[in-house]
Design a protein around this ligand. Structure first.
Ligand code: GLV
Ligand code: MG
Length: 324
């Protein structure tokens, strides 16, 4: 183990994260009553330029007036290259900072971008006398952001999660995509010819490298890696396949751009009963061994190493949060 200890971000449930445009206040109540873990009220790309001011007002009012229950609340501010961003931060944090858990920073490109927003938020929180600190979620969705993903992940104590913004990432890297977060049949391999007339085609996942790279940067800095949007909300199977790929790589949540995707994300990103039971048994075996003064822990005739114990602790904590 390295001497460098990784500090973990606050353990929030983040299986599903619903995008709600700030310009559509009619959607707020329904979102508040849904089963989603995190809601981000959007000031960025889902809001047209001439609706930005009204959307900001809607969001401030909604954060203060709507009963959001125990949901984690976030606001996606505009990018640092726009003139909307400073007022997003000042107005929302000053006027609704008490109910705001997170700020989502889109198209983050460098660690200095994070520093700039951190400086602003810190000044506002101090001036307002807020006790709670607002956390940051960063969307990795440009070639620059992906190049600097490790520095971004380490840039602030407020950092909680990294999100793969596949739509803008495709635009920034000029990738040839079909649908948002979907696969492209051109990204495939053919089986060897070897006299086989019907060579099989195996489709690959063109987002694998980007997502895996982001997961490593997130985990190396104690942050939650979250997979971004899947555009075709009429294709639940496609959504679930994408969510499963992300979960296999280590992501612990996925965006929902439509309420129908919330249940799919919660299903895929929740540990199964068998996994939780196994984790509980590992922890019980560990405490029995400790009570008996034994150094080595075994279960079902197999030695359990410390990595499985840590994984078991994470699993049991997650199950506890879901049940709460
Ligand atoms: C999200 O913001 C994306 O661009 O995919
Ligand atoms: Mg985007």
């Amino acid at each position: 183990m390295s001497f460098h200890a990784i500090e973990q971000a606050p353990a929030r449930l983040n299986r599903s994260e619903l995008a709600v445009p700030g310009s559509q206040p009619g959607m707020f109540e329904k979102a508040a009553k849904s089963d989603v873990d995190v809601i981000f009220l959007d000031l960025e790309d889902a809001v047209a330029p001439d609706e930005k001011v009204q959307a900001r007002k809607n969001i401030i009012q909604a954060l203060n007036d709507i009963d959001w229950g125990n949901k984690t609340m976030s606001v996606r501010i505009n990018g640092l290259d726009t003139h909307y961003m400073y007022r997003d931060v000042v107005d929302v944090v000053e006027q609704a900072g008490e109910r705001l858990d997170l700020i989502m920073i889109p198209k983050v490109g460098t660690a200095a971008d994070v520093y700039a927003v951190d400086m602003m938020v810190t000044q506002i929180e101090d001036a307002m006398g807020y006790k709670k600190r607002i956390g940051f979620e960063h969307i990795i969705e440009t070639a620059l952001g992906m190049q600097n993903v490790s520095e971004i992940a380490a840039a602030s104590k407020r950092n909680e999660s990294l999100h793969f913004g596949v739509a803008d990432y495709a635009a920034s890297t000029r990738a040839r995509t079909t649908i948002i977060g979907g696969v492209n049949p051109d990204y495939s391999v053919l089986t060897d010819p070897d006299g086989d007339a019907s060579r099989a085609t195996h489709w690959g996942d063109m987002w694998h490298y980007a997502l895996a790279r982001m997961v490593v940067a997130a985990r190396a800095n104690g942050l939650r890696p979250i997979d971004g949007p899947f555009g075709d909300f009429q294709d639940p199977e496609g959504y679930k396949a994408a969510a499963k790929r992300a979960a296999v790589l280590g992501c612990e949540g996925k965006w929902a751009i439509h309420p129908s995707q919330i249940a799919l994300a919660n299903e895929v990103m929740s540990p199964g009963d068998a996994e939780v039971t196994k984790a509980q048994r590992i922890l019980e075996a560990m405490s029995e061994a400790e009570a008996a003064g034994k150094g080595a822990v075994s279960l079902d005739g197999r030695l359990i190493d410390y990595a499985s114990i840590r994984q078991a602790e994470v699993m049991v904590e997650k199950a506890r949060q879901i049940a709460a």
